[in-house]
Design a protein around this ligand. Structure first.
Ligand SMILES: Cc1cc2nc3c(=O)[nH]c(=O)nc-3n(C[C@H](O)[C@H](O)[C@H](O)COP(=O)(O)OP(=O)(O)OC[C@H]3O[C@@H](n4cnc5c(N)ncnc54)[C@H](O)[C@@H]3O)c2cc1C
Length: 475
């Protein structure tokens, strides 16, 4: 369905901020995850790059009046087709609202536009010994607005928490164009409903974030990292569970299985051992060796083969690069195989060994390659089921395997998505995870804030009769 967006020309926007060119529309009809999702997005009718909150408000209000969908778009690194329009309309690209609005180092706070790249925030505040801890692995290619909208998290979440924990307040535009401010600059508040947390993780379906007040942390005095190499994957995941349960002061504790290591080596030309590994980083202001020794002792209880800490910055950078680039390494491994969209189930830490074990058992049973890695300390497992896209039987087998793992994660009290969001790719898991009542409560929130279903329609909720975009008559 196409939408008449000629009304944009009557809004007070600079002309270079609107495009209906095919190339622009095509680049905004995809993201990192969309191509793997069968019922992916459709071309937006127009792309708009607002320069300020007033632009966002004017576009959204006018679109709502005319029944035109608006889908916020940032860096497009989402892995569930989150930013890809499901119903056309306007792709609202926030990447030009990328400034620092105010910086208060004494309060460890910064106000930023949503389009700023995550690592640019770190760079901006580094001189004061500060950093933004919950950056995802994609922190140098994705925006703060996208991270807020998906409640992203990353390798340091095991110690510092997820993005939601570091957002103090937001400026956001509602579907009718109203500009609201949520939260405060205080480090805590009990005042009214927590609208900040409601908008965080809402994937652009409730409001467009136009400014964010972020909390920052002081950089630790001591940082050391390294890797532990195990003989069996079982030993590696039991060791992670034990370390987290004991409260070892790790800031990163990442699992890389032998198959992922093989793929990383093929992609990067690295020489990681083809064995289950745990990559580690410790942060402390004093006594870091005590934490490292405690971790080493725990890992020794789980038959760790080698426990290697490094003081060589280049060596550590190479290690973390290998971890960060695993998604690309897996995609590039075999030209005849494609990953069925990336799994990011998360379970209580005590169930982590079970979900990893079961994933590997299912890989054997279904006779498919399934590299496993992830933010193990949070109970987060990334798994990629590789299947031949031209072999429908193999693809169906892969989909079944993928779903079985999600079903198990939910059964274990976990979630279908620890960090990537529901988007268009995980809608079928929303109700199994939350139950019909909770999903209806979510729909009620959506209807209250966006009664005309303007903002990112077709995401999060399965498109049942209930969840379809409202028709004009229904409005
Ligand atoms: C190699 C790789 C590694 C990754 N690693 C991680 C990881 O470790 N942890 C993790 O959490 N994710 C990870 N991701 C996923 C992705 O990077 C995150 O979801 C990221 O937060 C998306 O940011 P973005 O700027 O690309 O947003 P987009 O993908 O453009 O948009 C994501 C969602 O946010 C909405 N949105 C964007 N801006 C706004 C706004 N201003 N207001 C309201 N809604 C908005 C969009 O509508 C969409 O629903 C990874 C992706 C890749 C490709």
């Amino acid at each position: 369905m196409t939408h008449d967006c000629s009304f944009l020309e009557d809004l007070p926007l600079a002309t270079d901020r609107i495009s209906v060119a095919d190339g622009r529309r095509e680049s905004h009809a995809t993201d990192y995850g969309a191509e793997r999702i069968d019922d992916g997005g459709v071309l937006p009718d127009a792309v708009v790059w607002p320069a300020c909150t007033a632009d966002v408000s004017a576009v959204v209000a006018a679109a709502t009046d005319r029944g035109v969908p608006v889908t916020p778009y940032a860096a497009g690194t989402g892995l569930e087709g989150n930013a890809v329009p499901a119903h056309g309309g306007i792709s609202l690209d926030l990447t030009r609202m990328d400034g620092v609005v105010d910086y208060r180092p004494a309060d460890r706070q910064i106000d930023v536009g949503p389009g700023i790249i995550g690592s640019d925030v770190d760079e901006y505040v580094a001189g004061d010994g500060l950093f933004f801890p919950p950056l995802p692995s994609s922190g140098d290619i994705s925006t703060i607005g996208g991270m807020i909208a998906t409640d992203a998290s990353g390798m340091q979440t095991v110690r510092y928490g997820e993005v939601a924990d570091w957002v103090l307040g937001l400026e956001a535009v509602l579907a009718d164009g109203t500009v609201i401010e949520t939260g405060s600059r205080a480090s805590k508040t009990s005042s009214g409903y927590n609208l900040t947390d409601l908008i965080v993780g809402s994937e652009g379906t409730l409001a467009v974030v136009t400014e964010a007040t972020l909390e920052l942390a002081g950089r630790p005095e001591q940082v050391r990292g390294g890797r532990a190499i195990f003989e069996t994957l079982d030993d590696a995941v039991e060791a992670v569970f034990d370390a987290v349960r004991t409260g070892v002061g790790v800031a990163k504790i990442e699992l890389v299985d032998g198959l992922s290591a093989t793929m990383a080596n093929a992609y990067l030309g690295s020489d990681l051992p083809d064995a289950p590994m745990v990559f580690l980083e410790f942060h402390a202001n004093h006594g870091i060796e005590t934490e490292i020794d405690l971790c080493r002792m725990i890992f020794e209880d789980h038959a760790v083969g080698r426990f290697e800490m490094s003081d060589d910055d280049a060596e550590m950078a190479a290690l973390w690069q290998a971890r960060r680039e695993l998604a690309y390494a897996i995609s590039a491994y075999d030209p005849d195989l494609e990953p069925i969209h990336p799994g990011d189930v998360t379970v209580p830490i005590s169930s982590y060994p079970e979900i990893v074990r079961e994933t590997k058992r299912l890989a054997d049973e279904y006779d498919l390659l399934v590299p496993c890695f992830g933010h193990a300390g949070d109970g987060n497992l990334h798994y990629s089921v590789l299947a031949d896209p031209d072999d429908p039987e193999q693809r169906t087998r892969g989909e079944d395997l993928y779903r079985e793992i999600v079903a198990l994660a939910i059964e274990l009290g976990g979630t279908a998505t620890g960090e990537h969001g529901i988007g268009a790719g995980k809608q079928r898991f929303l109700e199994p995870e939350h139950g019909a009542g909770a999903v209806e409560a979510m729909r009620a929130v959506k209807r209250a804030l966006d009664p005309t279903d303007t903002l990112n329609p077709g995401k999060i909720f399965p498109e049942t009769a209930d969840g379809e975009r409202l028709t004009e008559a229904e409005r």
